[in-house]
Design a protein around this ligand. Sequence first.
Ligand SMILES: Cc1cc2nc3c(=O)[nH]c(=O)nc-3n(C[C@H](O)[C@H](O)[C@H](O)COP(=O)(O)O)c2cc1C
Length: 199
Amino acid sequence: MKNKKITRKITQGIYVLTTNGGGCIVDSVSQVSAGDNPFIAVAVMKNNYTNELMHKNNHFALSVFGMNSNPEIIKIFGMNSMRNINKFAKIKTKTIENQKIIEDTLGYMICEKIDTIENETHTLFIGQLIEGDVYKDEEAMSYNYYQEHKDELIKVKTAKGQVAWICKICGYIYYGDLPKNFKCPSCGVGTEMFEKQES
Ligand SMILES: Cc1cc2nc3c(=O)[nH]c(=O)nc-3n(C[C@H](O)[C@H](O)[C@H](O)COP(=O)(O)O)c2cc1C
């Protein structure tokens, strides 16, 4: 492939995908039909806990991340697993149609799951929009903007002399010297995809 970065020209946003029991940050969201209740597709990595939940549950929600939404939400939902922490402990939510919605976003879409497509790494979940609202008519954050500005958006604070390694794909943070054969526990890539940060 000459340059895979061309895929970044597909306009994608940043969303908090929630479903009963958990959720994670996703960018791979697309409206794939039209009408009052369009189909919405979202691709979720198979090793994410959210994938298990999405298989079990019949509904999911997408809260749309804005340019002024708190980047801490990306850190909590995108760089941690609900297997290890309660992502909802510090984040304000409201419950609509039995789904947890993230308050500090531009609005939400609630979908009823209607189909799934599996590939090696991801499951594509297709839902039908059953409810939605706009809280703030402001600009949504694009995935490309996030990639271009993630250093300042989610800057990792290290103590003097401490080293952190950040996964360039998903943002997972490893503190200390990276073991030789380390694989990102969040997205599976090797050490070559990690960037060093120290203060
Ligand atoms: C900007 C950004 C975009 C992401 N996009 C996706 C995505 O489209 N699909 C996905 O499965 N994970 C995506 N992730 C990774 C998950 O949010 C991350 O692996 C999360 O820790 C999974 O948590 P869980 O184990 O609780 O499901 C993204 C992370 C970030 C920071």
